[in-house]
Design a protein around this ligand. Structure first.
Ligand SMILES: Cc1cc2nc3c(=O)[nH]c(=O)nc-3n(C[C@H](O)[C@H](O)[C@H](O)COP(=O)(O)OP(=O)(O)OC[C@H]3O[C@@H](n4cnc5c(N)ncnc54)[C@H](O)[C@@H]3O)c2cc1C
Length: 407
C-alpha cells in the first residue's frame, strides 16, 4: 500500500524512463514527496518501442510498485495469454546457417514486455513535469537547485539522475569530464515492428517460439518475436518484431548514414543489407511493408563504464539505471540492474530517514552501484565480441550460465 506523503523530504528525479518511474513508485510507497522531470513533452512523443525481458529482478520490480500497477502488468506483457511454462520462459537460439538449436537459456518466471506499455502503466499516480530538460545542478548547505532549459529552477533535498545513456546529470556530476561521456560501442542495433494484418505471416514467428527466437552463427545476430496481441484467437491482429545486431565497419553492412537511421530509410537499408538469411528471420524482413507502417530504427549502441569518484553534492545527488551504467543489450541486463539501483536508492533514503549519515550511506550506494554496473557493462561488451562466430558463441555467458544474475 502507498503511504500518503508523510515527510517533507523532496526528491527530484530527472528522466521519466523506466528507472525514474520505478524509483518514484518505490519512494512514494514510503511517503516521500517525489517529482519527476522529463525532457519529452508527452508520453507519446517517441514512436520507438522495444521489448524488455523482466527476469531475475522481477520480484524486486514488483515489490517497488503499488498493487494497482502490479495488477495491470499483463497489459504490458507482449503476449499475456500464453501458458507460461519452462518452454515459454526461456530464450532459445538457432544456428542461423543450419536452423539447428544452438542453446536454450532458461529464464524462469520471466515476462517479455513492451517498453512503451510498461512505461505508460508506470506513470500512474506519479507527478511528472513534462517538457523539462535539466541543464544545471547546484547545491548549498540545505538543498539542491535544478535548473532547466526553459529557465525555471526548482529546489529539492535529493536529486536522482535517471536520464538515460546520454545523461546530462552524469556530465554535471563528473564536471563535464570527457571520460563521463558514453562512447559508441562499434555495434549497430536495429529494431523493427510490423503489424502484418495477415495470420500466415505471424504463425511462423509464434510457432518457432511464442516469445522470442534468436539467430546466431553469421556476421549478424538476429531475433524475431511477438510484440503485441490484440485478439489471442486471431493472429491477423498480432504485431511482430525483429531485431538485428552487427559490428560496425563490415563490408557487407556499410555504415548507415545518420539520415537513414529511422523510418522508411532505415527499413530500406535493412532490407538491402539483409539477404539469404534463414527463412523464418529473412521472411519477416522481406514481408515488412514499406508503406510507413513498419516502425524501424537503427542505432550505434553506446556504453560507459562507471567509476568513482564523482561530485555527489555531499550525498544529495546520484545516478541510477542507464545514466549510471549504459550497456549493450546482450543477456538483457540493463533494466535488471536499474531495478536493483531503484531498490537500493529507496533503502538508502530510508536509512537516512532513520537517522543514518547521509554522505556515508550514499557513498555506500555509489560504491556498490559503480562496482556492479561496471562489471555488467564490461561483460555486455565481451558477450558482443563472442556473438558473431559459431566457435566463440559457445563461450558466451548466456550459453554457459544463462541470463541469471552474476555474482
Ligand atoms: C532493444 C533493447 C532491448 C532491451 N532488452 C532488455 C532486456 O531484455 N532486459 C533488460 O533488463 N534490459 C533491456 N534493455 C535495456 C533497458 O531498456 C534499459 O536499461 C532501460 O529501459 C533504461 O531505462 P532508463 O529509465 O534508465 O533510461 P531511458 O529509458 O533512456 O530513460 C531516460 C529518460 O530521461 C529523459 N531525459 C534524458 N535527458 C534528460 C534531461 N537532460 N532532462 C530531463 N529528462 C531527460 C529521456 O527523455 C528518457 O525519458 C534493452 C534495451 C534496448 C534498447
Amino acid at each position: 500500500m502507498t503511504i500518503p506523503e508523510q515527510n517533507s523530504v523532496d526528491i527530484a528525479i530527472i528522466g521519466a524512463g523506466l528507472t525514474g518511474l520505478l524509483t518514484a513508485h518505490g519512494l512514494k510507497k514510503h511517503g516521500f514527496h517525489v517529482t519527476v522531470y522529463e525532457q519529452e513533452t508527452s508520453l507519446t512523443q517517441r514512436r520507438r518501442d522495444w521489448t524488455i525481458a523482466l527476469h531475475w529482478a522481477l520480484p524486486i520490480f514488483k515489490k517497488l510498485l503499488p498493487p494497482s500497477v502490479v495488477d495491470n502488468l499483463p497489459q504490458a506483457i507482449c503476449n499475456p495469454y500464453l501458458d507460461f511454462n519452462p518452454d515459454v520462459e526461456c530464450l532459445p537460439c538457432m544456428n542461423a546457417n543450419t536452423g539447428e538449436m544452438l542453446f536454450k537459456s532458461p529464464m524462469p518466471g520471466s515476462r517479455r514486455v513492451s517498453r512503451q506499455r510498461i512505461r505508460q502503466l508506470m506513470t500512474e499516480g506519479v507527478d511528472i513535469r513534462w517538457g523539462k530538460r535539466v541543464s544545471a545542478i547546484r547545491s548549498d548547505n540545505d538543498t539542491v537547485q535544478v535548473e532547466f532549459d526553459d529557465g525555471e529552477t526548482v529546489r529539492a533535498d535529493y536529486v536522482l539522475g535517471t536520464d538515460g545513456a546520454g545523461s546530462k546529470v552524469r556530465d554535471i556530476l563528473y564536471r563535464n569530464d570527457e571520460k563521463a561521456r558514453a562512447v559508441p560501442s562499434g555495434y549497430y542495433f536495429a529494431t523493427a515492428i510490423t503489424r502484418h494484418n495477415n495470420a500466415e505471416r505471424v504463425e511462423p514467428v509464434h510457432s518457432l517460439h511464442p516469445v522470442t527466437m534468436v539467430f546466431m552463427g553469421t556476421d549478424s545476430v538476429g531475433a524475431i518475436g511477438t510484440m503485441y496481441v490484440d485478439d489471442p484467437e486471431d493472429k491477423s491482429t498480432w504485431t511482430t518484431f525483429w531485431v538485428k545486431i552487427w559490428r560496425k565497419g563490415l563490408a557487407s553492412f556499410p555504415d548507415p548514414p545518420s539520415s537513414t537511421r529511422s523510418g522508411q530509410e532505415a527499413l530500406a537499408y535493412l532490407k538491402k543489407t539483409t539477404k539469404n538469411g534463414l527463412a523464418p528471420f529473412q521472411n519477416q524482413i522481406d514481408w515488412a511493408p514499406e508503406d510507413g507502417s513498419t516502425v524501424a530504427f537503427i542505432d550505434e549502441m553506446k556504453t560507459w563504464t562507471p567509476f568513482l569518484p564523482f561530485d555527489t553534492h555531499e550525498g544529495r545527488v546520484t545516478l541510477a539505471g542507464d545514466a549510471a551504467h549504459p550497456m549493450l543489450v546482450y543477456r538483457g541486463q540493463g533494466f535488471q540492474h536499474a531495478i536493483v539501483d531503484a531498490s537500493n536508492y529507496v533503502d538508502a533514503l530510508l536509512k537516512i530517514q532513520a537517522g543514518g549519515d547521509r554522505e556515508e550511506i550514499f557513498n555506500a550506494y555509489n560504491a556498490e552501484m559503480v562496482e556492479r554496473g561496471a562489471k555488467a557493462v564490461e561483460q555486455s561488451l565481451k558477450e558482443a565480441e563472442l556473438s558473431f562466430d559459431p566457435e566463440s558463441i559457445l563461450k558466451m555467458t548466456m550459453v554457459r550460465r544463462g541470463h541469471g544474475k552474476l555474482e
